[in-house]
Design a protein around this ligand. Structure first.
Ligand code: THJ
Length: 105
């Protein structure tokens, strides 16, 4: 079962700069607004991501509300990532709690 972190822990992790934030929402949502520095992960980018990302890299996975990110996290864990966690509340909670930590384009 996916490891989960609270939005507060997510914020601390973002501030520490030690984790890669992974956005599994649809690419259009990612393009519009995202957690600063987050990278989109889609079916199209998956093979590349798996081929180039260290299995020791800390990952914080988020979706809209914190549900599908848990399955994504389980998937990444099956693929060998040892430090993948799912962000509780997803981006929708995040943007309410930390509007100053949202990158928009
Ligand atoms: O993105 S979601 O699965 O939390 S609705």
């Amino acid at each position: 079962m996916a490891q989960r972190i609270s939005p507060e822990q997510g914020r601390e992790t973002l501030d520490s700069g030690e984790a890669l934030f992974i956005d599994v929402r649809d690419p259009g949502s990612h393009a519009m607004a995202r957690i600063p520095g987050a990278v989109p992960l889609t079916q199209d980018s998956l093979d590349d991501f798996l081929a180039t990302t260290s299995r020791d890299q800390a990952l914080v996975v988020y979706c809209y509300h914190g549900h599908s990110s848990q399955s994504a996290c389980d998937f990444l864990t099956e693929k060998g990532f040892t430090r993948a966690v799912s962000l509780d509340g997803g981006f929708e909670h995040w943007r309410q709690a930390y509007p100053d930590q949202v990158e928009e384009s």
